[in-house]
Design a protein around this ligand. Structure first.
Ligand code: 13P
Ligand code: SF4
Length: 299
């Protein structure tokens, strides 16, 4: 039996569902029942009727699934797969900001810990951040931890004051302006698609800015042929599958999130086989973080 067959067999036996983010390794995306961006996967985790959720992604994703589905077993195949950006915010610091800006609403990016979600008003992802912020009555918003997504939103919502937090994605930060410019010069008609976690100078060079699924949908719907993908290279797997006739380029040397790439097929099989790497949360903390995530889903 191949490892893929073994995973499929175990999945049935354990009444499990496998979710994978678009940044996961291609072979991991291939064994998943659902592949998607952070919002979509969180929605599937919330609505699934399976007993077990195997979350192929990073810790905040599996933690969010557990917050939304406390009665399910949530497994994170690579337990040390964290998100350095999520680690750039602590609940203590959020409380300090709240004291400094008492009239502001606290919006936390889903790339944050359960502790941070527990002290935030509402959660968001890159695909719904604008909608969430526009739905709030507050004129002042503390947005954390990503300063790049925050400044992108500020450009779109000039009537509100977005208070930035000094966090960023170490992966997207590696994209260089001169590389994008060189690529644009070298390839005629190149369309640049960027994630909002990119620095402003990269976003300003982009033809479209969106979440991982929005980037995939945009390229798929486009009648153009050449695209520079300014986000983690895992999205190329789905892009190429859906668009075999189009060409996708990456910034020089590619762009890999080492944490997203930690999950292997062996890890997925072992998680299922041994019920390994179960996500557990203190119930009081979970309940507090739940309202922040549920508010996002209800909006
Ligand atoms: P999305 O898939 O929601 O665009 O998120 C990107 C990301 O960085 C996840 O860590
Ligand atoms: Fe975190 Fe960036 Fe990796 Fe996403 S790509 S998990 S934001 S470090």
């Amino acid at each position: 039996m191949t490892i893929t067959e073994e995973i499929q067999k175990l999945k049935k036996e354990k009444n499990a569902i496998i979710l994978a983010h678009y940044y996961q390794r291609p072979e991991v995306q291939e064994v998943a029942d659902y592949i998607g961006d952070s919002y979509y996967l969180s929605k599937i985790a919330k609505e699934s009727d399976k007993d077990t959720i195997v979350f192929c992604g990073v810790k905040f994703m599996a933690e969010s699934a557990k917050i939304l589905s406390p009665n399910k077993k949530v497994l994170l195949p690579a337990l040390d797969a964290g998100c350095p950006m999520a680690d750039m915010a602590t609940a203590e610091k959020v409380l300090e900001y709240k004291e400094k800006y008492p009239k502001a609403a606290v919006v936390c990016y889903i790339n944050s810990s359960a502790e941070v979600k527990a002290v935030s008003d509402v959660c968001c992802t890159s695909s719904n951040a604008l909608k969430i912020i526009n739905s709030l009555e507050n004129d002042q918003i503390i947005f954390l931890p990503d300063k790049n997504l925050a400044s992108y939103i500020q450009e779109k919502v000039p009537n509100k004051e977005i208070i930035l937090w000094p966090g960023f994605c170490i992966t997207h930060k590696r994209i260089r302006e001169d590389e994008v410019l060189q690529a644009k010069e070298a390839i005629e008609g190149l369309v640049v698609l960027a994630h909002p976690e990119c620095e402003k100078e990269i976003r300003d060079l982009a033809d479209f800015v969106g979440s991982t699924s929005e980037i995939i949908d945009f390229a798929t719907a486009s009648d153009k042929r050449n695209f520079l993908i300014a986000t983690e290279e895992g999205v190329l797997h789905e892009l190429k599958k859906r668009n075999p006739d189009k060409k996708f380029f990456t910034p020089r040397g590619g762009l890999m999130c080492i944490n997203m790439k930690k999950t292997s097929l062996n890890d997925v099989r072992d998680a299922l086989l041994y019920d390994k790497n179960i996500i557990e949360l203190d119930e009081e903390l979970r309940v507090k973080a739940h309202s922040c995530l549920m508010k996002m889903h209800s909006i």
